[in-house]
Design a protein around this ligand. Structure first.
Ligand SMILES: [Zn+2]
Length: 469
């Protein structure tokens, strides 16, 4: 009580807005403890200064290591040699605490009320692109227990889906969905493993890449293999929903992956390899603004890559990527507008009384609009008309918290379509095309097609490099 009383009486050393912040910390024991636990304080430090503004000038709130309040120090008052939690760290950790709380709450609800782990893992496998936010959160809360398995299972299911797609493609091309029952079952498994692998990639990285670093164990070659496998899994199938959510995971690879991604781009010899490298670069640039100069240097001038096919794609995506990184916030706004449109189109799925039965497009709330485009199932690697929407959407995916890419359960329950063979056939379109004989010429991006930067203009009138006109 002595401490707390002193603390409260010293609040007059702070400006009004800082009083609010200091009190919010004071009232939220849980957040303060989380902060102290995560801040990596030096051993033996009994007290800590939490800066409310300037990292060295303060003002500060002084707390004990165990989370008791000591006093407030106005701007410029000395903290002597106490360890300091800066305002930037305070904000980042508070944000992390918010995510952590949401995940714990979802875990408690779904593991206790909704049917336990069997329900949760069942949904992970069955939900396709419609996994709900709370389900993702609850699975994320289990990361300390199953983080490693998330990664291993993602690899296994990516392989399963790819294997089944390749195996079924010739049959499906001949007979459509009129195949034998066990093959029909395999068709369903290939849909489910495809999307579940995507969720698992993000779930494997919700610890900000610690699991990845631990598995690599300081071995650069091992790190390279793991990070490469993540890029491959994310781009596999180049589906709007799976790949764009996976762009969040690509952003998590962070600055460490940048030199590798640049080399991957230079060594690209296929359309897919070019896209793998550019998506990773774009996502890292979006997630880590301090890497912008290096990411832009990777795209501009357009690098000379290893084959004509890859060059065509590099010429197409690199200038657009530079433009996208110049004004990332515009692409977030544009993404939300597209999302609002999608959510509005779906309003009839909801009962009249539901808040999601929107009367007008402008009523769609931002959270819903942000998550909606990540539900879209369409291969932008196959249907290139989706490319100008897919590439800029890397930005909102990479900068978000991963749960923001999923709709809440109360929305998803009305969208949750049962699996049908047509869904798998839709997913398999690129594979069907690739395995067709004779292989059709890949159409590739064209001069008259829409620009990949999302401007809505023709490529040749927008980002196409002068040299190719
Ligand atoms: Zn453009």
């Amino acid at each position: 009580m002595g401490h707390a009383h002193h603390f409260l009486s010293r609040l007059d050393r702070l400006a009004h807005s800082q009083v609010e912040l200091a009190l919010s910390l004071y009232r939220d024991d849980d957040r303060l403890r989380f902060l102290l636990q995560q801040a990596r304080l030096p051993e033996g430090a009994e007290r800590v200064a939490v800066s409310l503004d300037h990292p060295h000038e303060g003002p500060f709130v002084l707390v004990t290591r165990t989370g008791r309040f000591v006093t407030c120090l106005g701007r410029g008052m000395r903290v002597s040699d106490l360890p300091i939690i800066t305002r930037a760290e305070l904000d980042a950790l508070s944000n992390k605490h918010g995510l952590w709380q949401g995940r714990e709450r979802a875990k408690d609800q779904l593991l206790v009320d909704a049917g336990g782990a069997a329900f949760l893992f069942g949904r992970l496998f069955d939900a396709g692109p419609n996994l709900a936010r709370e389900e993702f959160q609850a699975l994320a809360a289990l990361h300390p227990l199953i983080g490693d398995e998330n990664y291993d299972t993602a690899l296994e299911w990516t392989r399963t889906s790819r294997f089944l797609q390749n195996k079924l493609a010739p049959l499906v091309r001949k007979r459509g969905a009129r195949i034998r029952p066990f093959q029909l079952e395999q068709l369903e498994v290939c849909w489910k493993t495809f999307f579940a692998a995507g969720h698992l990639v993000n779930l494997a990285l919700v610890d900000e890449g610690e699991m990845l670093a631990r598995r690599a164990d300081g071995d650069e070659a091992r790190y390279e293999i793991i990070a490469d496998s993540i890029v491959v899994m994310v781009l596999d199938g180049s589906d709007m929903s799976k790949t764009l959510r996976g762009a969040w995971a690509l952003g998590q690879l962070g600055p460490r992956w940048l030199p590798y991604a640049r080399r991957r781009l230079l060594e690209a010899s296929t359309a897919l390899e070019t896209m793998q490298a550019t998506f990773a670069l774009l996502a890292i640039g979006a997630r880590h603004p301090d890497t912008h100069p290096e990411v832009i240097a990777a795209f501009d001038p357009v690098p000379r890559v290893l084959s004509a096919e890859a060059q065509g794609w590099a010429d197409y995506v690199c200038p657009g990527a530079v433009k996208i990184l110049e004004h990332p916030e515009q692409h977030v706004e544009h993404h939300c507008k597209i999302g609002a449109g999608l959510a509005f189109e779906l309003r009839d799925r909801y009962p009249d009384t539901s808040p999601y039965h929107y009367a007008r497009e402008e009523d769609v709330d931002r959270d819903f609009a942000y998550a909606s485009p990540f539900q879209l199932v369409a291969s932008f690697g196959f249907d290139l008309s989706f490319l100008p929407m897919a590439i800029p959407a890397v930005i909102p995916a990479a900068i978000a918290a991963p749960e923001q890419l999923y709709l809440p359960r109360r929305c998803v329950e009305f969208l949750d379509d049962r699996w049908s063979p047509d869904l798998s056939l839709l997913l398999m379109q690129p594979t069907l095309e690739l395995t067709a004989k004779p292989p059709p010429r890949p159409e590739g991006p064209t001069r008259n097609g829409p620009c990949p930067c999302g401007s809505g203009k023709k490529y040749k009138r927008c980002c196409m490099p002068e040299a190719s006109t």
